[in-house]
Design a protein around this ligand. Structure first.
Ligand SMILES: Cc1ncc(C[n+]2csc(CCOP(=O)(O)OP(=O)(O)O)c2C)c(N)n1
Length: 557
């Protein structure tokens, strides 16, 4: 093979650090280890990237995930081989579920020992299999000559629709070798699929003929706010998944938001003569496991070809980018559609009814829900939520957000990711603090990252709903297991003492009337602060929430 002439200027570790900075990465999360030190040492020496040392790889992954969601750019996490990469896997499952643009750079033992089960330190012989299970795509940088190609491919894969976390293994000896000279580094440009003209034309015709058309927007339509809002203005009603909230402003009366499973929503679906689902998985917990009847005909637009007709039979499937496809449909539509003028009023009524019913369930907590509902969107805060009753009831649907990127929650339903997600969201939002809703059970999984929040002076308000239990589990035990409350009582630290020991400001709220003042104070101080809501002092919700599966009466998780 003819070797090209190269000028050796840096190691692969140095090159990786330089590559990331050149393509615009400013923040990287991770945990240092012998197997990633050539990269992290280079990041530190080059001083172009902020490295956030997390307490664990799961937290680092959750931070990178939330950072990616809020910044709408690449989130980067660096872990080590074996246990470290495994620690990140649960959090990466969530990034995969959410389709987050995450680059997971992990490592490998020296290439000579990799995949051979030769018992090198940190070796997991089938690490690639593990990574493949939680990745959109998996890559290995086999040697220095692969460096620019593999990095470009991995970043492109993470950013291109359908977006998702990508794992890249870089063996430690490869990191240490001299890099090959490369040309200028170009930031990868995401590729988006384009729906065929004939399909776009057919969808436009269907819309023109419909009297009560509805647009169901999922997280995949987050980039199509302008187009979806214009379709709404021309006459389409809006309903969203929890991840598709605020793509069209929820201040619009014709937007049902994520109250998508209530009896009133189902009545709207019965009356509708066309639904177009854009960028949504139609998840089980938002469709009664796909048993909920949606309007007919059903049309689907998705950048992910594998999703075509997966959960519901559809008449037309457009494989295309949401913004591009909706934009081209708009060009074929009249300024105002000839639709039933009652539909927008029916939607407003359905939303008000659902919100009223939800507030009734809250009992005393409606004071906190109302305060957050106004403050979160008004202050343009990212709204990060762990899996806790307060999110399942008011957080997921009632508290409004100003922009879709502000909504961050565990789509996969895994508890314990909120503490770290709050940090990632905060670092991606220097303009407004990330407000982060936690349960005490979830907090225990991520609590070590509160130290990271303090160290990084992350602009955060943690609202910790402390009921000293796995509350939702106890409610399920009461409803389905004759109140046998096994394993669901929870010993937690005294949070005030814990916070004091790590330099985290803390305030206990024992009456709902004290919440507004505590919140005001927390958003106005620098850095993070915990507001602990003492639910044992305040008392129960008016109605117990017993989690999924959802009854026909309304939305659950
Ligand atoms: C990773 C993970 N482990 C376990 C569960 C099961 N689970 C669902 S909710 C919950 C309790 C959460 O408790 P807490 O954070 O205190 O919130 P609460 O239910 O009290 O509102 C548990 C254990 C889960 N969803 N995810």
């Amino acid at each position: 093979m003819k070797m090209e002439k190269i000028t050796i200027t840096e190691t692969v570790g140095d090159f990786i650090a330089r590559y990331l900075a050149e393509i615009g990465v400013t923040t990287v999360f991770g945990v240092i280890s012998i197997h990633n030190m050539p990269i992290l040492d280079a990041i530190a020496r080059q001083e172009r990237i902020r490295f956030v040392p997390a307490r664990g790889e799961a937290g680092a992954m959750n931070m990178a995930d939330a950072y990616a969601r809020v910044s709408q750019s690449l989130g980067v996490v660096i872990t080590s081989t074996g246990t470290a990469a495994g620690n990140a896997a649960g959090a990466q499952a969530e990034a995969l579920t959410a389709g987050s643009r995450v680059l997971h750079i992990t490592t490998q033992v020296d290439i000579e020992f990799a995949d051979r089960d030769r018992a090198a330190i940190h070796d997991v012989p089938r690490q690639p299999d593990m990574l493949k299970g939680v990745s959109k795509a998996y890559f290995r940088m086999w040697d220095a000559r692969n460096a620019v190609g593999t990095l470009t491919a991995a970043v492109s894969a993470a950013l291109s629709a359908p977006t998702g976390p990508v794992s890249l293994e870089i063996p430690v000896d490869v990191q240490r070798t001299q890099a090959c000279e490369t040309g200028a580094i170009h930031a990868p440009v995401p590729m988006t699929p384009r729906a065929p003209d004939a399909v776009v034309e057919e969808i436009a015709e269907r819309i023109k003929a419909a009297k009560r058309p509805l647009l169901w927007l999922g997280g995949g339509a987050r980039g199509a706010s302008k187009e979806a809002s214009e379709l709404h203005r021309r006459g389409l009603g809006i309903v969203t998944s929890t991840n598709g909230r605020a793509i069209v402003s929820e201040e619009q009366p014709g937007n049902l938001g994520a109250f998508n499973m209530t009896p009133e929503a189902q009545e709207l679906y019965r009356k509708s003569d066309l639904m177009i689902v854009v960028g949504s998985r139609l998840r089980g917990n938002e469709t009664h496991n796909n048993a909920m009847v949606l309007p007919s005909p059903l049309i689907q637009i998705d950048a992910d070809a594998t999703q075509g007709g997966r959960n519901y039979p559809v008449e037309i499937f457009a494989h295309g980018d949401a913004a591009d496809t909706l934009g081209r449909i708009l060009e074929l539509l009249p300024e105002n559609l000839d639709v039933d003028p009652d539909q927008a009023f029916d939607i407003a009524k359905a939303r008000a009814t659902a919100e009223g019913r939800m507030r009734d369930v809250l009992g005393p907590y409606r004071v906190i829900a109302d305060e957050l509902a106004v403050r979160v969107s008004g202050g343009r805060h990212p709204w990060v939520r762990d899996v806790t009753i307060s999110n399942s009831t008011f957080g997921n649907r009632y508290v409004r957000i100003a922009e879709p990127r502000h909504g961050v929650h565990a789509l996969g339903g895994g508890i314990g990711q909120g503490v770290a997600m709050g940090i990632g969201a905060a670092l991606a939002s220097p303009e407004a603090k990330a407000v982060t809703l936690l349960g005490d059970g979830g907090t225990m999984l991520g609590i070590s990252e509160m130290i990271t929040a303090v160290e990084e002076k992350a602009g955060l308000v943690y609202v910790l709903m402390n009921d000293k239990a796995y509350g939702v589990i106890q409610n399920i035990q009461d409803a389905q297991y004759d109140s046998r409350r096994h394993y669901s009582a929870l010993a937690t630290p005294d949070f005030a003492t814990f916070c004091a020991s790590i330099g985290m400001p803390h305030r206990l709220v024992s009456s709902v009337d004290a919440f507004a003042d505590a919140f005001e104070e927390a958003v106005s101080v620098e850095g993070p602060k915990v507001i602990e809501v003492d639910m044992c002092a305040i008392g129960p919700f008016a109605q117990a929430f017993s989690g999924p599966p959802a009854g026909a009466a309304g939305n659950r998780t």
